[in-house]
Design a protein around this ligand. Structure first.
Ligand SMILES: Nc1nc2c(ncn2[C@@H]2O[C@H](COP(=O)(O)OP(=O)(O)O)[C@@H](O)[C@H]2O)c(=O)[nH]1
Ligand SMILES: [Mg+2]
Length: 391
């Protein structure tokens, strides 16, 4: 062998040795220069690796509280019979786009649950196209039947107007608004009766301009179903007394009329410390809800809503769907059927729930400030819920 041949062999051996050493010590270099990778680059589409296997280097998450998936794979496991539901006006479009974009990023691009948008007016073509472009899921747009939305003829309008004027004078938020009252009554008693909703059992309520701050790496619908939950929340707080002056009295009248509907291990103790004589105004903030529509469609809630609706307080006062849903869940469901989703970071102006459970904030790659979670606010009922649940 001549000198130059020996020289070339030495260089080749040296380069090969360096390649192997770096391959073993630097994973990314090894992957980038692997034979299969080079083949894929030279012959596009020649990969024999399933798409999900290429994710092997992404972090995998422990399965808490249930199931557990990486943030990238399309989840094809069992899905619940569930939908998102969004009540919105055409001029809520930009806020609705932001909410859908976030829930898609944080959860639904992997789960592909459908969406139902509802409105008392027809949605515009622009609304439909700007929403539909955001997701691969089925999206349906429905108009609300008039009798599910507008103030019924049975309401004495003069009395209702006097109630609105009084609340306006007291500067109560939405105090003078009829449309807000229509919305609260619709969310209390009718959204689950809409023809587009009838095929579903579970729903997740979303509003325009809310924020989902953390990756949701399991299916909350399936969690609810398998754990036999009926109602869930992320934020709980006090209601404005002035919007519901007579509500609790009517609730207690209903309880006397229908003791058969009261659940054995109910959550009355969360809302009243004197066995129902007074209401502490705690309720679940219903702009976020994941819940079972069979509960709303069942005999207890049907009778309850009809009874309340007859009292006219949705219009004479300003009863919100939040206290109405919450009180019903507290009375007609057992306490272990109500779920607090700590790991769902959620914001509806002006309040944010940021996960507090050990490791939940890191696992969810949350964008919220854990030190500013509403749970610790003086206006929150979270500490009351914690104490009640621990009893
Ligand atoms: N279609 C329709 N949706 C409404 C109307 N009023 C409120 N909404 C929707 O009902 C939900 C609650 O209304 P919002 O203004 O956010 O009330 P807040 O959360 O109590 O301040 C949101 O999803 C709104 O988009 C209305 O008059 N028509
Ligand atoms: Mg809102």
């Amino acid at each position: 062998m001549n000198t130059s041949a020996r020289y070339i062999i030495t260089i080749v051996v040296f380069v090969i040795s360096i390649h192997y050493i770096v391959s073993f010590t630097h994973e990314s270099y090894g992957r980038a220069t692997s034979l299969s990778n080079l083949k894929n680059k030279l012959i596009p589409g020649s990969s024999s690796t399933p798409a999900s296997d290429t994710l092997e280097n992404f972090p995998s998450y422990p399965s808490e509280p249930y199931g557990g998936h990486t943030n990238e794979t399309l989840v094809t496991d069992y899905h619940a019979n569930a939908t998102f539901v969004i009540l919105a006006r055409n001029n809520d479009l930009n806020g609705a786009v932001r909410s859908i974009r976030e829930i898609e990023d944080r959860f639904n691009r992997r789960y592909r649950y459908p969406y139902v948008f509802l409105n008392e007016e027809p949605f515009t073509a622009e609304f439909k196209s700007r929403i539909s472009v955001l997701t691969s899921s089925k999206v349906e747009f429905g108009q609300i039947p008039k009798e599910h939305w507008y103030q019924p003829d049975s309401i004495d309008e003069a009395k209702a107007k006097a109630g609105r004027d009084k609340m306006e004078e007291q500067n109560i938020i939405y105090g003078g608004s009829v449309s807000y009252r229509n919305m609260c009554r619709f969310n209390s008693g009718f959204f689950f009766k809409h023809p587009l909703m009838l095929k579903y059992r579970w729903y997740w309520r979303i509003e325009p301009d809310v924020h989902f701050h953390c990756d949701i790496l399991y299916d909350p619908f399936v969690f609810m179903e398998e754990q036999k939950k009926v109602y869930s929340f992320t934020i709980t707080m006090y209601e404005y007394q002035a919007t519901i002056p007579t509500l609790w009295g009517h609730v207690m009248d209903f309880v006397k009329l229908h003791p058969e509907y009261i659940a054995k291990d109910n959550s009355l103790g969360f809302m009243s410390t004197d066995n129902g004589a007074t209401y502490n105004l705690c309720h679940f903030w219903s702009n976020f809800e994941i819940a079972d529509m069979e509960f709303w469609r069942g005999p207890a809630y049907t009778a309850f809503f009809e009874y309340l609706d007859k009292q006219g307080g949705f219009y004479y006062e300003r009863w919100g769907d939040a206290p109405v849903h919450s009180i019903a869940a507290a009375l007609f469901a057992s306490r272990d059927q109500i779920q607090f989703f700590d790991d769902i970071g959620y914001e509806h102006n002006p309040y944010t729930h940021c996960p507090k459970g050990k490791g939940a904030w890191e696992k969810g790659k949350c964008s919220c400030d854990p030190l500013k979670s509403f749970d610790y606010d003086g206006y929150s009922c979270m500490s009351k819920w914690d104490r009640f649940i621990e009893q």
